[in-house]
Ligand binder design. Structure first.
Ligand SMILES: Nc1ncnc2c1ncn2[C@@H]1O[C@H](COP(=O)(O)OP(=O)(O)OP(=O)(O)O)[C@@H](O)[C@H]1O
Ligand SMILES: [Mg+2]
Length: 234
């Protein structure tokens, strides 16, 4: 297990992101997907292959997170190998190239997000197989090196089901053994993670967290920011 640095989310995931499997982290914009993936890589101490398809990886943010945790910002940034494929075809080549690149100095692979370019393509039906192939390669890497692979995913509103769903739900669902959904809560910076699927933890577990300068932090449920601790109900 690779710790996220957040107790509640580690507990949710049975200790952290699973090794040898793909974990899907999905949710709407600004729910903390990128921050969670970056933080896990930052705290892993090893190299991180980070495939950024959305331009969501900001070095300044990583350095800020490192600094506020007492880590060397420059050294931290250098551990991240960033790839920025411009379309789905290039994403395929990038993911293929990881097969050769990843060695024991890597502790994590992130694809953020796996579906942004897939979504942008017109003939999406024909691309489902391609998406599945990319996931197969990622799974091969995860197993060969016994490291976690995190793929982030966006949501769309399914008019037939009348609810929001992860993009390419079935294609990803077959290959991601663990799935967590992130949602916003009312108070600023407050978020919730819901375990939708896991190899050995019950689905439906939840974890509260906050997005701060440090990245992602646990919340003290009894002490909302700026308020004295509430007493527990009898
Ligand atoms: N220094 C900071 N202190 C507090 N919150 C911050 C800080 N920097 C960024 N944030 C917050 O982090 C959130 C964005 O998180 P993140 O980029 O991880 O979301 P995401 O789920 O990846 O979104 P997207 O779908 O757009 O990629 C925003 O709400 C932003 O306000
Ligand atoms: Mg993001």
């Amino acid at each position: 297990m690779l710790s996220t640095g957040v107790n509640s989310i580690d507990t949710l995931l049975g200790g952290g992101f699973g090794r040898g499997v793909i974990t899907q982290v999905y949710g709407s914009f600004a729910t903390g997907k990128t921050t969670l993936a970056m933080q896990t890589g930052l705290l892993s101490g090893g190299k991180v292959a980070y495939v950024d398809t959305e331009g969501g990886f900001f070095p300044e943010r990583l350095q800020q997170m490192a600094e506020s945790r007492g880590l060397d910002p420059e050294e931290s940034l250098q551990r991240f190998i960033i790839f920025t494929p411009g379309d789905f075809k290039e994403q395929r080549r990038t993911i293929g190239s990881l097969k050769k690149l990843i060695d024991p100095s890597f502790s994590l692979v992130v694809v953020d997000s796996i579906t942004a370019h897939y979504r942008a393509e017109e003939q999406r039906k024909n691309l489902t197989n391609e998406l599945a192939k990319q996931l197969q390669v990622l799974l091969w890497i995860a197993r060969k090196h016994n490291i976690p692979v995190i793929v982030t995913n966006q949501v769309h509103f399914d008019t037939r089901a009348e609810r929001t769903k992860p993009v390419a739900e079935h294609t990803l669902g077959y290959r991601c053994k663990d799935i967590i959904r992130l949602d916003k809560l009312n108070s600023p910076g407050s978020r919730i993670a819901v375990l939708e699927r896991h190899r050995f933890r019950p689905e439906g577990l939840i974890a509260y967290f906050r997005i701060t300068e440090k990245g992602i932090e646990d919340v003290d449920l009894l002490r909302p920011e700026g308020q004295p601790p509430k007493s527990l109900p009898p």
